[in-house]
Design a protein around this ligand. Structure first.
Ligand code: BEZ
Length: 307
């Protein structure tokens, strides 16, 4: 059995139609049908229920599909990693979720560029889930996100747990009431959460914080991103629970309050391909911990990679 058999099989299984699969593969339909027939002969099993319209997989076909998809993902991972290893000109593509821009990301990038002048660094804003996909097909080499997603092909390092704080319109009664707020103090407000899509996202971490404590905000207002949430807070449309690094954004029309519960945190997670041990990744990680020490930022214990 050859790799091409897997590619052809996965295309037919996903399109559930030989004509569409042949179009997707840029080939004619008869040779595609012959390849699938040949694959079934090699395996001595039937992968498709031929008389079904649209085409359906047999139980054996479903089993084969799950493994074929994994094998193909590993192949493209191997391709991109080998290209990176053999690349004389060093390059590093970094994916990040928008909210990390308010934390250490800008400093990390500037310092990395200063210290690694021959590495071509590129930045791509994308959700944590898109980062996982982009890592697997070699479009990025490192991702900085907030969602704890399990994947055998991805290594995750929890860099730190960032405290959540509350953003309130300047002069709001809660900003004057007490020095520190509890989540329960916020339930009568409109809670502005972000990003609205794709999910899961930081928005779900905030919603879970309420749910876990049996609390339900009076109204939820979902917006595209953090800057819009802050703008709406400033306009008096509601309040928002934001990562504490946003505090650095200081706006005259928004005030920030700490929360009383130390478990109200959002992690900052560095993700990379499980087998990628390249020098650039190691240097990026070293640099991050060095910056944490210099800036005296609390961080998760080192040597704590999650797989
Ligand atoms: C941080 O704020 O700790 C951070 C942000 C982005 C990448 C790495 C670390």
């Amino acid at each position: 059995m050859e790799l091409r058999h897997l590619r052809y099989f996965v295309a037919v299984a996903e399109e559930r139609n030989f004509t569409r699969a042949a179009q997707r593969l840029n080939m004619a339909q008869p040779p595609l049908s012959r390849q699938i027939q040949q694959l079934e002969e090699i395996l001595e099993v039937q992968l498709f229920q031929r008389d079904s319209r649209p085409l359906k997989l047999t139980e054996t076909g479903k089993f084969f599909y799950a493994h074929a998809v994994q094998l193909l993902a590993q192949t493209s991972e191997l391709e991109s990693m080998t290209r990176r290893v053999g690349n004389i000109e060093r390059s590093l593509s970094v994916g990040f979720v928008g909210s990390t821009l308010y934390g250490m990301l800008p400093k990390i990038i500037r310092r990395f560029r200063d210290e690694n002048t021959t590495v071509e660094l590129s930045l791509h804003e994308m959700s944590t889930m898109d980062q996982i996909r982009a890592l697997k097909d070699g479009r990025i080499d490192v991702g900085f996100g907030r969602i704890r997603h399990e994947d055998a092909h991805i290594r995750r390092v929890i860099l730190r747990e960032e405290k959540m704080i509350v953003a309130l319109p300047e002069g709001h009664s809660l900003s004057l009431a007490k020095p520190v707020l509890a989540l329960g103090d916020l339930v009568n407000e409109t809670l502005i959460i972000f990003p609205k899509a794709p999910r899961p996202s930081y928005a779900d971490q905030v919603l879970s914080a309420f749910e876990d404590r049996g609390l339900k905000p009076r109204r939820i207002y979902e917006v595209r991103e953090l800057q819009i949430a802050l703008g709406l807070v400033a306009a008096g449309e509601g309040i928002s629970v934001v990562p504490s690094s946003v505090y650095g954004l200081k706006r005259d029309d928004v005030s920030y309050k700490e929360l009383d519960d130390p478990t109200l945190v959002s992690p900052i997670i560095m993700s990379m391909r499980a087998l990628d041990e390249s020098r650039d990744i190691r240097e990026m990680l070293e640099l991050i911990y060095r910056l944490y020490e210099e800036e005296q930022i609390d961080h998760a214990p080192r040597n704590d990679p999650e797989r």
